[in-house]
Every structure is written in C-alpha cells, then in structure tokens.
Design a protein around this ligand. Structure first.
Ligand SMILES: [Zn+2]
Length: 344
C-alpha cells in the first residue's frame, strides 16, 4: 500500500492507551478500597496524579480527612483519565484514513468494526483494503483485455479471448457452440510463396533473397541486406515463424555433409543480437491473420530500413553511438532509427 502511516500518531495513541489502562486500574482499586485505601498500594502511573495521597491520623477528623482524601484522589484520577482520553481521540483523528477510503461504504459490514472481539475489529479495514485491490485488479484486467483483443499475439488454434466470447453463443438446442478460430496465412502453396518473394526481390533490389526448403514445404529465406547484415526467416505459408540476424561476414550454413542451415545460434556481436530481438518483436507486431501477405511485406519494409544500421544517427539524441551501440531499434510506423533507450 502506498498510503503513508503517521507513526507519531500511532505511538502517541499507544502511549495514551497504556496510561489510560493504568489509570482505570487505579480508579477501580481506589473504588474497591473505598475510604480504607492505602496510598502506597496505588501505582504512580502518571507523575503527580496521585501524589497528594497521604495517610493521616485517627478519630473523626481522620475519617473526614480520609473521605476528603478519597474524593480528591478520585477527582484527580478522573481528571487525568479525561485528558488522556482526549489525547487518544486526537491521535485517532490523525490516523483517520484518507477521503477515498472513507467514501467506500460497505453497508452493514461497517458494524464489524465495532465488534468488541479483538480479532474481528480489524476485519472491516481489511475488507476495505481487499475491495480497493479488487477494484484495481478489475480495472487493470479490463485494460489488458482491451489491449489484447486489439493486438492478438496468439497464433495457435486456441485463443482464450475469442473462445470465451464466442462460447456465449448457443445453438438452437441450447448447447454452447464452441467455434475454432481459423488460422489463416499458413495454407499457401510453395509457388505462391515463391511469387511473393520474387516480388519483394524486385521491390528491394539491394536485398538479396534466397529461398531454400530444408524442412519440406515451408520456406526458409536467406536474406543479405547490402553489406550490413544477413538474416534467415523461417516461413510457414505467409506467416513468419522465426528470425535470426547476424553480421554480414557471419555464416548460417553448417559445414557438414548435409550442409544444413543453423537457424538457432546467435550472432557473436551484441548489435545483431539486439536487432534479432527487435525483429522478433516486429514480427509479432506486423502479424495479421487476415492479410498475411501484407504483414510479410510490411515486415520486409521494416527490415530493409536496417540498411542504414551503422550510418543513421538516432532520431532523439542525434548521436550515432550509445553504450558503444548504434541505433538498433527502428520505429515500426515511420522506420526512424532510435537507440534502445531513446525509444519514444
Ligand atoms: Zn539515441
């Protein structure tokens, strides 16, 4: 909880409670003893509060003086009790919760706070705290739901968000109808993918595209962007599944009798490891199940902006290097170069 606690008020209040307890005990002792009190048996809980207690001589005068003494002691104790209770009340006022907490009214549950049992008197404040947290959680969940429903990053058949809403529909027999969300974009033939890649090749002449199919029908694109970087992109239909970026002079091929492509090992250089991370994030950003070809085209346009990786200064700080790294991030909308820490 971010609420600040007034510790001075707490300690003042606790001190007042302690003294009130002692004074009440003295009061009852005094009352039980009546006029036969013994001043030494009273605890001196507060300086000067019962200091006037003195045993005096015998006879009627003694009885009278004892009565007077009893009354004056009683008055002293009650007066100090009153002042201490006022102190406790002022401490409680200081400890009163903020207006937002007071405005939360839980109806009859407020009576719980008045329960004399110690373990129950705190229940009401705990309830208020729980309700506030619950409200906050609900608010965050609503925001998260809005954001996630707009940018669906799930690419599998099952989508909890859409299924949850679609499951509300019922068939004519009253049974809930569960729709499977159709995944789109992966069901394209190899010639269609080849045609699209050749289109990209024409569109970006400084980017070399080589299509290989080591995993059967799914294409793996080996890309060389000018003399800046090399990348492999694993496609499933028109859906981008994996991206790995390396330096221009690094190799993806593994030297063995199968000559297979190593799509997993990272670059030796931090700059290309960072670009790989940003590329994977951009892949999710551009993912569009309804227009997969447009998504791949947008991604290629974004990747093409890395041709100026080592030459373009950061848009924000206008420096080329920050922590010995060039601007490794590219804005997904306007393709401006930014350092990782300068991102808008
Ligand atoms: Zn910068």
């Amino acid at each position: 909880m971010a609420d600040t606690i007034n510790t001075e008020a707490i300690s003042g209040g606790l001190k007042a409670v302690k003294i009130i307890r002692c004074l009440v005990r003295d009061l009852f002792e005094l009352l039980s003893d009546g006029t036969n009190f013994n001043s030494s048996s009273l605890s001196n809980s507060e300086n000067g509060c019962i200091s006037s207690l003195n045993a005096v001589g015998g006879g009627n005068a003694v009885a009278e003086s004892k009565e007077d003494q009893f009354v004056s002691n009683l008055q002293t104790i009650i007066a100090s009790l009153n002042s201490r209770i006022r102190e406790l009340e002022s401490s409680c006022t200081l400890l009163a919760h903020s207006s937002s907490q007071i405005s939360l009214n839980l109806g009859n549950s407020a009576l719980l706070g008045q329960d004399p049992a110690f373990e129950r008197s705190l229940i009401y404040s705990s309830m208020i705290t729980s309700y506030r947290w619950c409200d906050k959680m609900l608010e965050y969940a609503t925001h998260a739901n809005t954001i996630l429903s707009q940018n669906s990053l799930k690419r599998s058949h099952f989508n909890s968000l859409t299924n949850a809403t679609l499951a509300m529909n019922r068939s004519q027999f009253g049974q809930p109808v569960i729709y499977r969300r159709k995944t789109m974009g992966h069901n394209y033939s190899a010639p269609q993918v080849d045609t699209l890649c050749h289109l990209f090749q024409r569109h970006f002449p400084d980017m070399t595209l080589e299509i290989v199919r080591p995993f059967g029908a799914n294409a793996v694109l080996k890309i060389t962007l000018e003399r800046v970087l090399k990348a492999v992109i694993v496609l499933r239909g028109f859906i981008i599944e994996w991206i790995m970026v390396k330096a221009y002079h690094e190799e993806f091929e593994v030297e063995n009798k199968y000559n297979h492509i190593d799509i997993w090992s990272e670059s030796r250089y931090e700059v290309f490891r960072k670009v790989t991370n940003h590329a994977n994030a951009a892949m999710l950003h551009f993912y569009s199940p309804l227009h997969p070809d447009l998504a791949v085209r947008s991604f290629f346009q974004w990747l093409h902006s890395y041709s100026s990786l080592f030459s373009k200064p950061c848009r924000k700080c206008e420096c080329r290097l920050q922590d010995n790294l060039p601007p490794t991030w590219r804005d997904v909308r306007n393709l401006e170069a930014y350092h990782e820490l300068c991102r808008p």
